[in-house]
Design a protein around this ligand. Structure first.
Ligand SMILES: [Zn+2]
Length: 244
C-alpha cells in the first residue's frame, strides 16, 4: 500500500507543475526505481543506460489504466472493464514495450559471409506505437545491409524489426534505431532502412484522410549502386501501404 501511494504521489507532483519541465529521463528513472530515492535514480542512469528500461512496473500500469477509465467516466469495477485495468492493459503494454528490454532481443547468431553484395529483405511487418498518442502505427520495413565478415538469416531481420518496434516511439526514431541497431549487431559495412506506415492517431482522430508516411535511414558505407538496388527491390516487391 505504501509504495502504491508513493507512486501516485510522485505522479501527481509531476502533473502539478512543481517542476514544469520534467525531462522524460527523470520519469523513466523513477519508474525503474520504485523507492523513488533521488540517489537510486542517479545510480540507475549512471550504470548501463539501458537498465532503466529493463523493468516493467505492473503496479503503475494497473493504476494508470484504472485512472484512465475513471477519467473517461467509466466505473473501473464494472463487469466489462474490471479485467481491462487489472490484467489486460498491463499485460499488453508489457509485451508492446519489450523492445526496450535487452533480455527480449532475438539472438542474432551470425554465419560467415557468403557475399559481398547487398542483402535485401522487403515487406517486413511493422507494428509499433506512437509515443505521442499511445496508438499504433503499422506498415512495413524494407531493410538492406552490406555484410562485413558475417551475415544472419533473413528471418532474424524480421525478428529484429519486430523486437525493435515494440516500444513507444516515433516512426523516425524507429527507422534510425533499426538501421543503427542492425549495423551494430551485424558489424555491417552499411545498412539502409525504409519504413512506410499508417498512424492510427491520424486515421482515428484526423480531419485529414490517413496517409502513409515513409521514413528512410542509411548508415555506413553504401554506394549509389547499392542504394539503386535497394530502391528497385522495394519497388519490385510490389508492397503498398494499407491506408484507410
Ligand atoms: Zn501519434
Amino acid at each position: 500500500m505504501d509504495s502504491h501511494d508513493k507512486q501516485r504521489d510522485s505522479g501527481y507532483d509531476a502533473g502539478n507543475g512543481t517542476s514544469p519541465t520534467v525531462p522524460t529521463g527523470v520519469t523513466e528513472s523513477e519508474e525503474a526505481t520504485p523507492t523513488t530515492e533521488a540517489t537510486g535514480a542517479a545510480e540507475v542512469t549512471g550504470s548501463t543506460g539501458s537498465t532503466e528500461a529493463e523493468e516493467f512496473d505492473h503496479e503503475k500500469a494497473r493504476e494508470g489504466a484504472r485512472l484512465l477509465l475513471e477519467a473517461v467516466g467509466r466505473d473501473p469495477d464494472a463487469r466489462g472493464v474490471s479485467d481491462t485495468w487489472t490484467r489486460r492493459v498491463p499485460a499488453m503494454f508489457e509485451t508492446l514495450t519489450e523492445g526496450r528490454r535487452e533480455a527480449a532481443k532475438p539472438t542474432m547468431r551470425t554465419f560467415e559471409s557468403e557475399t559481398d553484395g547487398l542483402v535485401i529483405k522487403t515487406g517486413i511487418p511493422v507494428y509499433s506505437m506512437c509515443e505521442h498518442h499511445l496508438l499504433p502505427f503499422y506498415g512495413a520495413a524494407h531493410v538492406a545491409y552490406k555484410p562485413g565478415e558475417s551475415m544472419v538469416g533473413l528471418s532474424k531481420l524480421v525478428r529484429y524489426v519486430r523486437w525493435r518496434s515494440r516500444r513507444l516511439t516515433t516512426q523516425e526514431a524507429l527507422t534510425s534505431g533499426v538501421a543503427t541497431g542492425l549495423a551494430d549487431e551485424l558489424e555491417a559495412e552499411g545498412v539502409v532502412v525504409e519504413i512506410t506506415a499508417t498512424h492510427m492517431c491520424e486515421a482515428m482522430r484526423g480531419v485529414e484522410t490517413a496517409t502513409a508516411t515513409t521514413t528512410h535511414e542509411s548508415v555506413g558505407e553504401l554506394s549509389s549502386t547499392d542504394h539503386e538496388r535497394f530502391r528497385e527491390s522495394v519497388r519490385d516487391s510490389g508492397w503498398t501501404p494499407d491506408v484507410f
